[in-house]
Design a protein around this ligand. Sequence first.
Ligand code: SF4
Length: 256
Amino acid sequence: MRETCIESRPRALQGGPPVGNARRWRPGGRPQGRDRGRFLPWTNGAAMRESDSSEMEAPETLPGVGEAICNCRACPIGALDNRAVMGEGPRDAPLMIVGEQPGDVEDRAGRPFVGPAGRLLDQRLAKAGIERERAYLTNAVKHFKFARRGKRRLHKSPTTGEIDTCRWWLERERAIVAPRLVLALGVSAARGVLGKTVRISRSRGEGITLGDGAEAWVTAHPSYLLRLSGGKKAEQERLFDADLAAVKDRLEELTR
Ligand code: SF4
């Protein structure tokens, strides 16, 4: 069984407060002003002098990103009783699929897209003829944000500030995997990929060229489909299937 992030955390940090000034620091940035010489976002809380920071460069490999996000406290979500969930899939996958954040099931399993929404995604990908095993699946936000209700942990949507802060890690994954097409599932994922907020209904159905030449496509998150019923569910499932079919066709063109 692989070691989980939460097991690798110093005990004092498990469920504890954010390390350092989470609002001021951004992944990849340097502490400014009175924070100079304190912590960097991907450290596990060990004090670090500014002179040490040259040894702590941005990770260049997926395992390196996975290790770094375990210790990231750049936004308050990382201080909850959770673990970072790294993306998974081939290092050179032509397709990257991005969700919002790990859910309760994903947090417990330490893997992305293994809960109810992930199972629905698997079904729809198979229907569209897209092999999940050939895609790299990840999330815009790497830690599970929730509110406790008794023993239950209820999903809470990340804020735009939290998505923007975590975007640095998604960009690292994109730089390493270099997918030709990035499929964003839902508004939060679209913000993580595009760096701005878009409406799914206006943005779906066509590619958006990203700065590195890859194409971003936007569709609904499968968890949205799970919440619907009746005619609206059927209509949204039809749109979702059409989006996946278009993504498959475009991916074939881009990788021909
Ligand atoms: S959600 Fe992202 S930015 Fe926030 S602590 Fe986790 S890895 Fe860091």
